[in-house]
Write a protein that binds this ligand. Structure first.
Ligand code: AMP
Ligand code: GLY
Length: 434
């Protein structure tokens, strides 16, 4: 019988930090490494607990997480969310001698401060929208009066995807400026704001595994950020994704690499940041070319749920090499299949929603389907129950996008949960072009 030989150079005991669909996908990918490592997750969720031991330490409890990693003899930590990264979790773990996938607090500033990111983009002449920064209302309103509409107002700090307002009228723009600077709408993160010209085009997510000056671009994907079909209603954490995003042709990807990815990685390194983790570049594909909307310092959610299943490499080895500064020469193998992830959310999300409704999943899943849990828990009877705004991500991998969509939606329809909602049009833009 054929036996895979474990790569003894890889870590055998891994901790994934976080509790969402992204972390569930990371846990599954890492657990599939041929050496069958021991995988823990903190804090995890009810679905992750089916694949890995979950330990009740909050993702942003830095001291608690370091203590847990030591106690459990963890050899490698993969950090999912941005908040612990911005709090310096990766720095504290590295100080404790534990290798980490995820940047230190310096690199995490690329996401935690939109002003820091914009300054880096402008300094290094990486394509980005014209913008200026303010911490007082009067100069902000003066600047506003010189710009055309629509105009984008952004709170500087982390705001869980909700600190951005694309204003279509002057009144709306002024109200956004006032509420962010004076009204405390976004707490401390809103005291400084960025006013940025509006970009037009299709958005795409470029996830890059970075290790110092070396990097590997992961398969392309596209998210759907608005709650409503046809991209209407408020922004969410992301309602669904597909990969590849074929709007990014091979020639365009080459241009994105040349004009944006390479220069970004070099810019970060030249600022003295030893970045080891995912650099997520949110791009607008404008008529004039690709332009950076934002950087994130972590994997995307739900981009991860379509990107990881399309990677042929051992994902553990890929992330480990990046963490160890040994990424050079890594060649990425990508599966030809298309992936789609449909996020099942709780009715009311991204505003108030109910928790506790029982969820019944189909007993048998079609081939190529994975259900990643995001906001789930178990009740006393042992049933899965809703425990968050985004509840599940249903990923289907199939020969074509149409087939992936049909399969993912058949599973979403079969999930029994009265309060479930999901967008019916994930991937519609690409499907219309087929
Ligand atoms: P961010 O938090 O920077 O990713 O912004 C959230 C969302 O707001 C983005 O995914 C875009 O849809 C939108 N957005 C941000 N900046 C701009 C811009 N300059 N022009 C148009 N849309 C933008
Ligand atoms: N899906 C967008 C994000 O992770 O920020």
């Amino acid at each position: 019988m054929f036996r895979r030989v474990a790569n003894s150079a890889l870590p055998q005991s891994i901790l994934v930090v976080g509790s969402g669909g992204r972390e569930h996908a990371l846990v599954r990918a890492v657990a599939a490494s041929p050496g069958r490592p021991r995988v823990l997750c903190a804090p995890g969720n009810a679905g992750i607990a089916d694949d890995a031991a979950c330990l009740p330490v909050a993702a942003d409890d830095v001291a608690g997480m370091v203590a847990l990693a030591r106690r459990e003899h963890i050899e490698f930590v993969i950090v999912g969310p941005e908040v612990p990264l911005s709090l310096g979790l990766a720095d504290r773990l590295r100080e404790a001698g534990i290798p980490v996938y995820g940047p230190g607090a310096d690199g995490a500033r690329l996401e935690a401060s939109k002003i820091f990111a914009k300054k880096l983009l402008l300094k290094h002449r990486i394509p980005t929208a014209a913008a200026d920064f303010f911490d007082a209302v009067t100069p902000a309103l003066d600047y506003l009066s010189t710009r055309s509409l629509p105009i984008v107002i952004k709170a500087d700090g982390l705001a869980a995807g909700k600190g951005v307002i694309v204003a279509t009228t002057r009144d709306e723009a002024e109200a956004a400026v006032r509420s962010m600077i004076e009204g405390g709408k976004f707490g401390a993160s809103g005291r400084q704001i960025l006013i940025e010209d509006c970009l037009f085009g299709e958005e795409t997510s470029i996830l890059v595994v970075v290790s110092g000056r070396d990097y590997v671009i992961l398969p392309t994907s596209q998210d759907h950020k608005r709650i409503g079909e046809d991209d209407t209603g408020p922004n969410t954490g992301g309602m669904g994704t597909y990969s590849p995003a074929e709007v990014v042709t091979p020639a365009l990807l080459e241009r994105i690499d040349r004009e944006i990815v390479g220069p970004s990685v070099q810019a970060i390194a030249s600022e003295g940041i030893d970045y080891r983790g995912t650099l997520f570049i949110g791009l607008m594909l404008t008529a004039g070319g690709p332009i950076v909307i934002e950087y994130n310092a972590r994997f995307g959610d739900p981009e991860t749920q379509v990107v990881l299943p399309r990677i042929e490499n051992d994902v553990l080895e890929l992330l480990w090499r990046a963490a160890r500064g040994a990424l050079a020469g890594t060649v990425l193998g990508t599966r030809s299949e298309h992936a789609m992830c449909v996020v099942v959310a709780a009715k009311g999300y991204p505003e108030a929603y109910a928790k506790g409704d029982v969820i019944r999943l189909p007993a048998k899943l079609p081939p190529g389907v994975a259900i990643y849990h995001a906001g789930t828990a178990r009740n006393a009877a042992g049933d899965y129950v809703m425990n968050g705004g985004r509840v599940l991500g249903v990923t289907a991998l199939a020969a074509g996008l149409r087939e992936a969509a049909a399969t993912a939606y058949a599973v979403c329809d079969a999930i029994e949960c009265p309060a479930k909602v999901y967008r019916r049009d994930i991937g519609a833009r690409q499907l219309r072009r087929l």
